[in-house]
Write a protein that binds this ligand. Sequence first.
Ligand code: HEM
Length: 460
Amino acid sequence: MAGTVTCTLPARKRRHDSGVLSAPTVPPRRLPGVGDLLCLRSDLLNAIQYAALDGRELSYFSVGPKRMVFVNRSTAADIVLSDIHTFGKPDGENPLRLVLGDGLISNPFHDQWLRRRRALQPMYSRPSLAGMRQKMSEVIGEHLGRWEERERTELAVHEAMLSFALDIVARCMFSRSGDTVADVLTPGTISFLLDFVDRRLRGPLSLPVGVPSRRNRNFAATMRDLDGLVHRLIRERRGGGEQHGDLLDILLAARVGESAEPLTDTEVRDEVLTTFVAAYETTASALTWILYLLACYPDIQREVRDEVRAPAPAGAGDRQGSTLLERVINEGMRLFPPSPTIPRQVAENVRIGSSEIPGGAFVMLNVAAIHRDPAVWERPDEFLPERFLNGVPGKGTFLPFGAGAHMCIGKGFAMTEMRMLLSGVLDKFEISQRESAGPAPRALLTLRPRAGFGLTLTRM
Ligand code: HEM
């Protein structure tokens, strides 16, 4: 059962701005024919936060023939996440499949997904992470080195974190980030693909991808370049026989099911793109909001800096466990969840408590609302990393990485990357805010700042 964590939280003046996450406004009304299209298109985050204000467990939306049910409370979220057969991944209509094929995130076939998930476990094992740490530290050194060239660097934070997170995943996947990989797999390319998917998710009806509209033609050309690059890299690697100690090596060595078959080229391609999409915008989003919060709270920034500069206690390894830095990361992802919604779909009519969900409906976990539920979180809009000293308040209450069988397989990778980058930044720079107004959050597939915003890094 969820309940408020019993731990005395300190008084701390609120210095950050959460925009519609803490103060949603009345959204546009439902209209005949298109239903909630305007409301969801104009500002999805505002609409779902507003709908959750009255404490209802579920809120219902429709866009043309599509039904969407948002789950606003942790008890219902736990029911959804624990029953992966009733609440499965969205089926064949899922536009993510146009990009990711049957990779782990978008695969709607339970048995196939399970075999694949087991086969890919070595990518995220301790020995693999140990190898990735070396590659991450090279990329972090390159980025910090650029910011260190000047006494003060004005950082366009989200753009800088997108570029950083993409370099990390490219280096860990292919052992390189320069040359053609960087030409084809750019932040712009991935953002375009995610926007393409997002529009199709939220629109009432979308043109089939075969119809040669300008957007569809751009999509087809982008996918051609991307597929060409990834298939070429797979071919080169299969032909080379050399080991690089990267994620592609592990993918090619993976064996699936009892017959221990290797993945086909198409399956490897699906998992490569899935890893890029899963690892890139989410991590960049988390880091963006955490850096913003550290700039807003100089006292906490100082404390974390002292912690990361102090010699690690004997046997602490890479400082896993509950450090202040980890509590700051958790609190940052609670206030600004990188994946503000998690999608599922039901095949048949289902009940949660006394509420009915119609068959075919998309069931979206409203992580943003669950993370600020005042029945669970004391002073939910405040930045209080101390609240994580006692763990989380209960099942379904804290879902930055989801929960249950589909829980993010890259959580360890992401936490390692975030700990390493933030430790490096805090060791070398003081982070401060340029503008007094905070960045307004906006939800697409990930939570982004609505417009670019800057922070100042001053060399220490
Ligand atoms: C802060 C960074 C990250 C956040 C917040 C995040 C969050 C999530 C969430 C919410 C899910 C969906 C769970 C569900 O559908 O129930 C997910 C799934 C997944 N994530 Fe992450 N993720 C992050 C980083 C990463 C990284 C770095 C990787 C890989 C290197 C990764 C790989 C995946 C994969 C493959 C899945 C699909 C798992 C499955 O359904 O079996 N993620 N992630």
